[in-house]
Every structure is written in structure tokens, then in C-alpha cells.
Write a protein that binds this ligand. Structure first.
Ligand code: COA
Length: 674
């Protein structure tokens, strides 16, 4: 990330920040309406030891909130996302209260009351009267700028906006607003805090509606204006090319018309073109369909609606970027993770090309005069990295893979970006080496993007080529002069582990795990996974066999026992510090992967083959075992890697691969036949 150090002065990867205070033990959420309890559930799930005070002025929403939280926890247990003990801890120590005095010892207070400035200001006064001067106070407003909200506070430096998205317990992003009076210490802490508790915070400037509601509210408002051209169902259908659910479907679900009226009225301070569509005041519920339903319309209507929806989407994106309300990276990322866009607005522009985007914006200028137009050539809005954050410490670049919505799974774009960043850094004399880590607390990387697999299954040549193409980053790592140290912040699975083991050293958090789960998908690790570990750490051969043929997970400490992991860190800062030191000492001393064939212990295939309780495919396991054996016998690394790609091509044509991949994508257990 390079585009705005004004918004991100300290670190792009929030976990690189050294927090000035510990995690809070007592937290309050004020407002038990729609989103407050969901924020509370997220906080308690992330910090089960803490005490949560859920405050309201009437009893009924508190009772409903208690029921809702129990329901969430129960569902989490049913879905095996939590153990019953964890669920009990989440629901314990929650005080549902009408009494503000109870929150006096809270270290973090999040206001989630109705969207009205005067009411919120009264709440902040009530909170400030009771809590310590050091307590952090935030508002979940989606639209009101911080300088208005916190106008009368005695200590505004400890206050800002932290804006969640529905459902707040699951949705990853939180907008954290950087306004002129908030202290850098509080801002840094909150940015770190949200990442530490599993969210993906993004910083925005203090503008009306910040980044993401500016896009969402205008998208909906424009859809309402389009009702004189097409029906709600037709507009939703056109929108579904870009979003998982159309604007009217979402407005129905969220009872959102009053919100759009309110937020767009607020935006009218920037011009009358933001006027809310009058029809929003007279309709309660829109006549539309479930996403995916076929809806007929003429080509002219389709193009008209499509151009206008894209016009508003692009106009708002350009404006946010030009006014530095948010970065290109975050506009693109946030729309996908918070608003259900299939691709970010800047991705859509990239696909359409400059000429089409310019045509759409020209048409939009004529149809909707006054709305922002781009201030730079359209191509300038492509000059950013979508997935790799770059920070720097002691001459070492810390590269963070940011795709938390898929546990940092590796798609073609991430790999291309990573390769280009490594190439650039390799040529830059001021860069001594690199750390490679994953964003957040969920995973280092959950492997290759499984969503891509169905396209090549059944085609041996295409599958081999896919493995080879993915491997270009690994081949580059093999030849690098500057060291790359993998810092495993969480599980390194499949393709993620194949990336980590090609780095020149590995540091891992103590709870990280290393795993090749491919065989449970009916495939094998084809990007070096069946070959490289045996050559780098021959003493671990029996363990690797077990990992590849039965999907066994290896704890970081066990991986350290066989030399795969070089250092186990207790904390994130220790992991990064050690990795930086290691990168500096490895300079000029990188050990290359040996070429010589490997003596393999006999490969024992359990009968019947299984991964824990999951029966595996005999055919797939046999192909994986053959690949390991043949790879080990090769007299050069290059030949051995070829065997790995071949093995992947072969296994991709089995019934097991088809079943395993379909099962993952359909979120069910696979049932292997042969
Ligand atoms: N490719 C694409 N998407 C992936 C992915 C991968 N390798 N791994 C995880 N994801 C996605 C999930 O589909 C899910 O997306 P959704 O929220 O849109 O449904 C999201 O990441 C979160 O994963 P989820 O499975 O809901 O999290 P979990 O905590 O229940 O389980 C794992 C975590 C890692 C056990 C599970 O995601 C998994 O088994 N992933 C595949 C690992 C694998 O086989 N990797 C090897 C591939 S080569």
C-alpha cells in the first residue's frame, strides 16, 4: 500500500502497531437496538474473559438482546464454530442494564444508538460524566462526522467513530475515523485493537458518510431515481452483475429507506444533487425478487440502468479517492467485504477499460449534473496494490497478504502482486530482505484459491499448467539473493504452506499450524509440496508422508522439532522482531534447496486411508504416494518439481478431486467412492 500515509501514518498492517494499552477487560455498548447487541457479541466472542455492559434506556430491547446473544452462541455450537464451554464463556459476564453508573470502570465504550446528533451528544455527556478520563469512547454512526458528534466533549482526544457493518459480529470491516482532535495514540490503539480481535479495520477521513456508506447510500438512492426508467426488480437484476443482492432487496431486508433519506439529506451539504429520491418517503417495501431470479427487460433499459448504476459507483469512488477520504486499496477492498460487491469498483473499472469508463462518466455527467467526476486520468486509479501491504522495519520490507475474507487464500492476482513486489524490492538497494506474513489473526494463508479449481478439473494439461503457473513465485524465491522469512501468524495450509516452505526461514506463532489438507479435497500439493520438504528437511520425511497422505496437521512446535520452523514466538511483536533479525542475518547466507535425490523411508499407506474420521480416496492417496516417491528419486530439484506438477495434473482428473472440490465449495463433507 503506498497511496496515503496521511491516513495511515504508523503502519498499514495494524498488528505491527505496538499498542499503548492492553486489551480491555470491561467494555460497554450503549444501545441495544439493531446493531448494538451484534457488536457486543463480536466483542465477547473475541474477548470471552471480558465483562460486557449492554446499556439501554428501556428494558424490552435488553431482554431481546439477551435472547439474541444466546441464540447466536447456540448456533455457533451447532455449527461447531465454538465448543459449549466457549459459548458459555461468551454469554457469561454480560450485564444488561438501564443504569449508566454500571459502566464507570469500562475502558472502551461503543455508542450504537439512533442516528441523531443531539441524542448521541447527550449519550456522550452521560458517558463522560461517569467513566475515567482515559477510557476510549466511540460512536457507531454511519454518517455523522466526528467533529459534530464530539463537539461538546471535555476530552474529545479519546473519542472517534468506529463504524461496523451488518451483521456486526461477522462482517470483517470497521471504519475507524481519523479526525483532527483524536489523539494518534487512541487511533493507533483502535486500529490495532480491531485487527487483534479479528476485524479488518480501515481508516477514513472525517467526511459525511465516510467511505463505504457514501458508496452504498448513493447506490441505493440512484436506484430509487432509476424507478422512472425500470422496475425495482429490473434494477436489482441489473445490479446483480456487480453485487450479490440488488439495492431494493437489501433495502427491504434492512428497512433502509429512512436511512437513505437521512444520510443523503446530510450529503446535500455537498450539493443538491445528493437530494434523496422523493419516492423513498412514500414506499415501505419494494416489489423485487430473491437474488438470481430471471427478470426480463429490453436491452435499452438494461444499458441505461447499468450505465447509471456504474456512473454513481464510479463517481463516488473517484470522489473518495480524490478527496483522500479513503485509499484506493480500501475503496476496492471495503466494497467487497462490507457491501457485498463481487468485485471492487476499481476492479470493475479495470475490466471495462478506460474508454468504457470514460463513456459511462460522460453519460453520467449529462444525466446527473453536479456529481463528482474523476480529477485524474482514469488509468491513474489503477495505480495501487490490491492485496499486498508493505511496511518497513530496519531495512526489511514486511509484506502482508491481505485477503482476510478468504483467510488470505492465494489467487492469481495476489501471486502476481507478490512477485512484482519481490522483484522491485530485489532491485532496490535500500531493501535488505523481506518478511512474508498473513493479514489478521485468522491465517497465514488457507492455500490456493479453491474457487478456481473447478475450471481445470478433468484436464490434465491445464491442471499441470496451473500448478506450474502458480509456482512462478516459488521459483523466484529459490533464486533470490535477498532473504525472505515467512512469519506464520496462523495456519499455513496447502498452497500457503508451499509458499512458506520456499521462504528462506520460518518463524511461527506458537499456535500456528502447518497442514497439507489437499488429500481431503481429493488432490495433492502440486506446487512443490510433495517434493521440497523432503529435500530441505529429510529428517522429517515420515512426518511429511503423514501430512500429505492423511492431511495430518503439524503444530508449529512439532515443526520446529524437525527443523521446518526456525523459531517459535509467543507474541506477534516477538514474531516480527525475530523475523526481521533473521532476514538481516540471512543476507548472503541463504541455503539453497538440495538437488540430490532423497532416501525415502518406506511409504506406509493406512488401510483404509483416512484423515481422522474422514475416509479418503484410495486412488488419490496412491497418486500422491507415487508422486512423493518419484519426486524423491529425481536427481535435480527442477525434475522433482516437474513430477509434482505432473502428479497434480493426474490427480485433478480423478473422481476424488471432483467430489472433494465440489464438497468444499458446497460446504459439505466429501464422500469418496474409490
Ligand atoms: N480458497 C478459497 N476460499 C477459501 C479457502 C481457500 N483455500 N479457504 C477458506 N476460504 C474461504 C471460505 O470459503 C470462507 O468463505 P465464505 O465466508 O465466503 O464462505 C472463508 O474463507 C472463511 O472460511 P471458513 O471455512 O468459513 O472458516 P472456518 O474457520 O470454518 O474454517 C478452514 C477454516 C481453514 C479449516 C477452512 O476454511 C478450510 O478448510 N479451508 C480450505 C483449506 C485447504 O484445503 N487448503 C488447501 C487448498 S490448496
Amino acid at each position: 500500500m503506498h497511496s496515503d500515509t496521511r491516513l495511515y501514518p504508523t503502519a498499514f498492517n495494524p498488528l505491527l502497531i505496538t499498542p499503548s494499552r492492553p486489551l480491555p477487560k470491561k467494555i460497554a455498548v450503549v444501545g441495544a437496538g439493531t446493531i448494538g447487541p451484534d457488536i457486543g457479541y463480536y466483542l465477547k466472542s473475541a474477548l470471552p474473559e471480558s465483562t460486557l455492559y449492554l446499556v439501554d434506556v428501556v428494558e424490552a430491547p435488553l431482554k431481546a438482546a439477551e435472547k439474541r446473544l444466546f441464540g447466536y452462541a447456540q448456533k455457533a455450537v451447532e455449527k461447531k464454530k465454538m465448543t459449549p464451554e466457549q459459548a458459555r464463556a461468551v454469554c457469561a459476564n454480560i450485564v444488561y442494564t438501564l443504569d449508566y453508573n454500571q459502566i464507570k470502570d469500562c475502558e472502551l465504550i461503543i455508542e450504537a444508538a439512533t442516528e441523531a446528533v443531539s441524542l448521541k451528544q447527550r449519550i456522550f455527556a452521560a458517558i463522560e460524566e461517569r467513566v475515567k478520563e482515559t477510557a476510549i469512547i466511540t460512536s457507531n454512526t454511519s454518517s455523522i462526522p466526528a467533529d459534530r458528534l464530539f463537539l461538546h466533549m471535555k476530552h474529545p482526544e479519546r473519542a472517534t467513530v468506529t463504524h461496523f457493518f451488518a451483521p456486526a459480529w461477522r462482517s470483517l470491516p470497521v471504519e475507524v475515523i481519523r479526525w483532527e482532535r483524536v489523539s494518534p495514540e487512541v487511533l493507533d490503539y483502535l486500529f490495532w485493537f480491531f485487527a487483534k480481535t479479528g476485524k479488518s479495520p480501515i481508516l477514513t477521513a472525517d467526511a459525511i458518510c465516510f467511505v463505504l456508506d457514501r458508496i452504498f447510500d448513493n447506490w441505493c438512492n440512484e436506484a430509487a431515481y432509476l424507478l422512472n426508467t425500470a422496475s425495482a426488480g429490473q434494477i436489482d437484476r441489473v445490479a446483480e452483475e456487480f453485487v450479490f443482492a440488488g439495492p431494493f432487496f437489501v433495502l427491504n431486508m434492512a428497512n433502509g429507506n429512512p436511512i437513505i433519506i437521512e444520510t443523503n439529506t446530510l450529503q446535500m451539504e455537498e450539493g443538491t444533487h445528493y437530494l434523496p429520491a422523493p419516492i423513498l418517503t412514500s414506499v415501505d417495501h419494494w416489489k423485487t425478487h430473491r437474488p438470481g431470479t430471471e427478470v426480463r427487460m429490453s436491452e435499452t433499459v438494461l444499458q441505461q440502468v447499468r450505465d447509471r448504476l456504474l456512473g454513481i459507483l464510479f463517481s463516488q469512488s473517484f470522489d473518495i479517492i480524490d478527496r483522500r477520504i479513503g485509499t484506493m486499496e480500501d475503496v476496492n477492498f471495503g466494497c467487497q467485504v462490507a457491501l457485498g460487491f463481487r468485485k471492487g469498483p476499481l476492479d470493475i473499472m479495470k475490466d471495462l477499460g478506460e474508454e468504457t469508463v470514460t463513456r459511462i462518466m460522460e453519460r453520467f455527467r449529462t444525466e446527473r449534473p453536479g456529481f463528482p467526476q474523476p480529477k485524474k486520468p482514469v488509468s491513474a486509479y489503477q495505480d495501487f496494490r490490491r492485496y499486498i501491504l508493505i511496511d518497513e522495519q530496519d531495512g526489511v520490507q514486511i509484506l502482508t497478504l491481505r485477503r482476510p475474507q478468504a483467510l488470505n487464500a492465494l489467487n492469481d492476482e495476489i501471486l502476481d502482486e507478490l512477485l512484482s513486489v519481490l522483484r522491485m524490492g530485489s532491485e532496490n538497494p535500500s531493501v535488505e530482505g523481506f518478511i512474508l506474513t498473513g493479514y489478521g489473526t485468522g491465517a497465514f494463508s488457507a492455500g490456493a484459491d479453491i474457487g478456481k479449481f473447478p475450471q481445470m478439473l478433468g484436464d490434465k494439461t491445464a491442471s499441470m499448467q496451473y500448478a506450474k503457473d502458480c509456482a512462478k513465485i516459488q521459483r523466484f524465491l529459490d533464486g533470490m539473493e535477498k532473504p525472505v522469512v515467512a512469519a506464520l501468524n496462523g495456519p499455513a495450509l496447502g498452497g500457503g504452506l508451499e509458499l512458506a516452505i520456499r521462504c528462506h526461514a520460518i518463524v511461527a506463532l506458537k499456535n500456528a499450524r502447518l497442514q497439507f489438507p489437499e488429500i481431503t479435497l481429493g488432490i495433492l500439493p502440486g506446487i512443490g509440496g510433495c517434493v521440497v520438504p523432503y529435500r530441505k528437511w529429510p529428517q522429517g520425511a515420515a512426518v511429511f508422508n503423514d501430512m500429505i497422505l492423511s492431511g495430518r496437521a503439524l503444530l508449529a512446535s512439532d515443526a520446529a522439532g524437525i527443523g521446518v520452523v526456525d523459531h517459535i514466538a509467543d507474541t506477534y511483536p516477538e514474531m516480527i522482531k525475530t523475523a526481521v533479525q533473521m532476514a538481516r542475518t540471512l543476507k548472503g547466507a541463504i541455503r539453497r534447496i538440495p538437488d540430490a535425490p532423497v532416501d525415502m523411508p518406506e511409504i506406509r499407506i493406512p488401510e483404509p486411508p483416512a484423515a481422522g474420521k474422514l475416509p479418503l480416496s484410495n486412488e488419490a492417496v496412491a497418486i500422491a504416494a507415487k508422486t512423493i516417491r518419484e519426486g524423491a528419486a529425481c536427481s535435480s530439484l527442477a525434475q522433482a518439481l516437474e513430477k509434482g506438477y505432473e502428479g497434480f495434473g493426474e490427480i485433478a482428473c480423478t473422481q476424488a478431486a471432483k467430489e472433494g472440490i465440489s464438497a468444499f465449495l458446497e460446504k459439505r463433507k466429501p464422500s469418496f467412492q474409490q
